[in-house]
Design a binder for this molecule. Structure first.
Ligand code: GLC
Length: 629
């Protein structure tokens, strides 16, 4: 381990100071466990800097003050979470996500929606970015101008804290984004940095000319090529600043420990408002090194672990959710109890759509078999689609084993989902198509991508199938609110100037009031999808086999069938079967002969006799409680 400067303030010295200050016993106990870890991480990240150690001392002080200010009910929650560390792995967990303005007008509208969230059984609510951000295009709020002020159009920070408490009383954990890779160009720090104010010069990565930007861009990837090429944008005074995403989202410079300290302060502030899960935005990009892709560098992990250690001292009940939409090897590298306890599962999401397009379940089946397992104390967040585009992030090496060539396959999937391929049922829209590299991604609501918009006969079944997988593989299923009533694409975005250049708005419609009004009407797609999906939600909640993450892949001997067992207690298991083909298939009795023939169909509550095999309808799914012998 590299030694930090000023070692007279090593771990025992800081602990001794805390003891002398008579800090709260609980804080001291947490610090005794987590400070050595934080110290070690600081040594690795900032060991070669003269100010590294001072910063560590001030971060600890920050944590101490934040703990002192933490409301008693949140401290009680911390204790409850610590005494039941697996709380988020329960079969009762179900998430929902929405934009505050689009779904409910503002925070008070979200409050009014709590009875509906309870009806759905939500236990987790992700409110999309709600902080102060620039007028007009703010990347849907992902350009934050202040982490301590709520966008005045939505409400106030006090409203948010109250809402968090009310949600908690309803059994729902509030999730918000921690957008810590970048701030908006209007953030106070950004303006000070550009003005060269002392202490802020190094908050961002600013270069006088193209020399360094050119050097970095030799190995970095373009993320939003429709907005600007490369990773840098030019400032009015001619200098260049790092901006991975939109030109108004400036990347923070974490090589400067002052940036870590500042963001740790914002994190703890949010924690004390009652946020229970922080969605760690764009984790792959937070550390840069010349000559690398500047994605998922080892220091990105160290930084997340350091934030985690700070949290464990001052707000130990919180969880981090990783947003890494990258190669599956990289996705899992962020998941551990010491780093991010939960993570989006972009591979399962993308491969569900891949299977529906190809009518071949093998790539998804292979992923469930080899890429689903996670360390103890962590969980996937499984989703059918998010507010972002779908990128085909499967591993080429996995696909090659099945004789699938990655690049042309991605091209096929893009064409299929944007409606360019012959016979497609999908009505998606391309996103960030890059003619130079051939890269592209896809946008669209679940209903529009699955065929409901196109009037395809299998559309509703596909919506159910995709959700049935997200609800059953293990982890927290996350519903994009409005999809449960089959909301369609909103093409109106192209008439709204601040959205027109970003096709992700096509799948971020306003609350679909008519669909909600129709949700009890079985003559409408909204009514049918809602009835079937809420049945699945009810069944999941009552099925302990769906807790945790253990999954045993099952070979159904039919390429269009994805199949796996979720083992439970007492020798039972749930066998999940999903058929992505456009016609019915048979799973024969011999294939099922490893299980006792008496089984129970959990969705229809009817007994089923495996001794004659199982028929799966076109795009059909079954959840069967079986007894493996
Ligand atoms: C994440 C968000 C995405 C946003 C980007 C930049 O990927 O999900 O919507 O554009 O970060 O903040």
């Amino acid at each position: 381990m590299t030694q930090l400067q000023g070692t007279s303030h090593d771990v025992p010295a800081i602990l001794a100071d805390l003891t002398a200050d008579q800090v709260d016993r609980e804080f001291l106990a947490n610090a005794e466990v987590h400070l050595p870890r934080l110290h070690d991480l600081f040594a690795q990240l900032y060991g070669d800097r003269a100010d590294g150690f001072e910063r560590l001392a001030s971060v600890v002080d920050l944590a101490r003050r934040s703990w002192a200010a933490r409301p008693a009910d949140l401290k009680a929650l911390d204790r409850a979470r610590e005494s039941e560390p697996e709380w988020f792995e329960s079969e009762r967990m179900v998430g929902g996500v929405c934009y505050v303005d689009r779904y409910a007008g503002g925070l008070s509208g979200i409050r009014d929606s709590i009875p509906y969230f309870r009806e759905l059984g939500l236990t987790y609510l992700h409110l999309m970015p709600l902080f102060e951000s620039p007028e007009g295009n703010s990347d849907g709020g992902y350009a934050v101008s202040s982490y301590r002020r709520v966008n005045p159009k939505l409400g106030t920070m006090a409203d948010l804290a109250e809402l968090a408490a009310e949600l908690r009383r309803a059994g729902i954990s509030l999730v918000v984004d921690f957008i810590f890779n970048h701030t908006s160009n209007e953030h106070r720090w950004a303006q000070k940095a550009v003005a060269g104010e002392r202490g802020y010069e190094d908050f961002y990565l600013i270069f006088p000319d193209r020399e360094m930007p050119d050097a970095y861009e030799r190995t970095t990837r373009e993320i939003f090529p429709d907005d600007h090429p490369g990773s840098f944008v030019q400032l009015d005074d001619g200098r260049w600043i790092w901006a991975t995403f939109y030109h108004f989202q400036w990347d923070l410079n974490y090589a400067n420990p002052a940036v870590f300290e500042a963001m740790a302060g914002e994190m703890l502030y949010l924690a004390n408002q009652g946020v229970e899960i922080l969605r760690m935005d764009a984790v792959a990009f937070i550390w840069k090194r010349l000559g690398t892709t500047c994605e998922s560098l080892p220091e990105a992990h160290l930084l997340l672990q350091a934030f985690n250690a700070v949290l464990r001292m001052a707000a130990p009940g919180l969880l981090f959710k990783s947003e890494a939409i990258v190669h599956p090897d990289e996705v899992v590298s962020y998941i551990s109890p010491d780093e991010c306890q939960i993570s989006y599962n972009p591979l399962q999401m993308a491969l569900t759509w891949e299977a529906l397009a190809t009518r071949d379940g093998r790539l998804l089946q292979q992923a469930l078999e080899r890429r689903h397992a996670l360390p103890a104390g962590t969980a996937w967040v499984n989703y059918v689609r998010s507010h972002d585009d779908i990128g085909w992030t499967f591993a080429d090496e996995d696909a090659a084993e099945l004789g699938i060539d990655g690049s042309p396959h991605r091209r096929f999937l893009n064409d299929f989902y944007v409606g360019r391929a012959e016979g497609t049922f999908a009505r998606g829209v391309p996103f960030q198509e890059n003619p130079r590299t051939g890269d592209a991604r896809v946008t669209g609501t679940t209903a529009s991508l699955a065929g409901i918009e196109a009037g395809d006969a299998g559309g509703e079944d596909r919506v159910i199938l995709a959700h049935a997988l997200a609800l059953s593989t293990g982890g927290i299923p996350l519903l994009y609110l409005g999809d449960e009533v089959a909301q369609l694409n909103d093409y109106g975005y192209s008439d709204r100037p601040e959205e027109a250049g970003d096709s992700r708005w096509v799948h971020r419609p306003f609350r679909p009031a008519q669909n909600y009004a129709d949700r009890r009407d079985a003559d409408t797609p909204a009514g049918r999808v809602f009835a079937r999906l809420t049945r699945l939600l009810d069944v999941r909640r009552a099925t302990p086999e769906f807790s945790g993450n253990e999954l045993i892949a099952f070979d159904a001997h039919v390429p269009s069938v994805v199949a796996f067992l979720r083992p439970g207690d007492n020798g039972f298991a749930v066998l999940v079967l999903a058929n992505v083909a456009d016609s019915a298939v048979e799973i024969d009795a011999l294939t099922l002969s490893g299980m006792a023939p008496e089984a129970l169909d959990l969705v229809s509550s009817a007994p089923i006799w495996l001794g004659v095999g199982v028929t799966l309808a076109a795009h059909g799914t079954r959840w069967l409680r079986v007894r493996p012998r």
